[in-house]
Design a protein around this ligand. Structure first.
Ligand code: G3P
Ligand code: CA
Length: 240
């Protein structure tokens, strides 16, 4: 099995993260897939943005959940990166799925540290509307939410995100019926990769932006490498 190269937040190295500009470029670069973050607006729209606060990436301030989609659309979601991307707006999940639907892997991260009512149901509904059950893997640091996804749609692939090293991480994910471990790349040693594979789990790593680290993880045979620099990772992977 060849390790897949996944554009983290669409591939945030050269483009504003989680914008349609980044997702279109990930497709052009030939990434195997993309990863991105979803949250809910005040009027219940699923939007693609990383932080709960809009302050870092948008020309406004406050929480995503306190704005309607129309209000968020009045702001730029690309200017923080460069004036060239001033016209980029916060995308909805539907808009992103439309752009990336041809990719092998679509990793939707539920960014729900804050309570987002029915986020799981809304995401599953959109995935079904686009006919993308096979391609999508839903991940989250909120494991309660992942268990809800499994209850609602047992065949949906789920990735259990962990921030730091956990003893028996593979057992933890397996016991909860998750399909993959999504680990910080520095915690992905050979032992956990082999244990995950032995238990039938995928072992996916984030966020790998150093060529040496990409090469090392390819050797360990991880399943997916999430990176901001798609071109760099593809070049290394395709040389092997
Ligand atoms: O999904 C992997 C990775 O994106 C998790 O970290 O903070 O970049 O969403 P973060
Ligand atoms: Ca993420």
């Amino acid at each position: 099995m060849r390790t897949k190269i996944i554009g983290h937040r669409g591939g945030a190295a050269g483009y504003p993260e989680n914008t349609l500009a980044a997702f279109k470029k990930a497709v052009d670069f030939g990434a195997d897939g993309v990863e991105f973050d979803v949250q809910l607006t005040r009027d219940g729209e699923v939007v693609v943005i990383h932080d709960e606060l809009i302050d870092r990436t948008m020309t406004g301030s406050g929480l995503v959940k306190d704005y309607t989609l129309a209000e968020l659309r009045e702001m730029s979601a690309g200017e923080f990166f460069s004036p060239e991307f001033k016209a980029e707006k916060i995308p909805t999940l539907a808009e992103v799925l439309k752009v990336v639907k041809g990719l092998e892997v679509i990793n939707i991260e539920l960014k729900n540290y804050l309570p987002y009512p029915r986020l799981e149901e809304k995401v599953l509904k959109l995935v079904d509307q686009f006919g993308l059950r096979e391609q999508v893997i839903i991940s989250s640091f909120n494991h309660y939410s992942l268990q809800k996804i499994k209850r609602l749609q047992p065949e949906m692939k789920t990735g259990c995100l962990l921030m730091s090293k956990m003893i028996n991480a593979a057992d933890y994910a397996f016991k909860r019926g998750f399909n993959a471990l999504h680990l910080h790349f520095l915690t992905a040693d050979q032992e956990v990769v082999e244990k995950a594979h032995f238990m039938g789990l995928q072992l996916n790593v984030y966020t790998v932006n150093f060529p040496d680290a990409v090469a090392g993880l390819l050797e360990k045979k991880v399943d997916m490498i999430m990176t901001d620099d798609i071109e760099m990772a593809l070049e290394i992977r395709d040389k092997i």
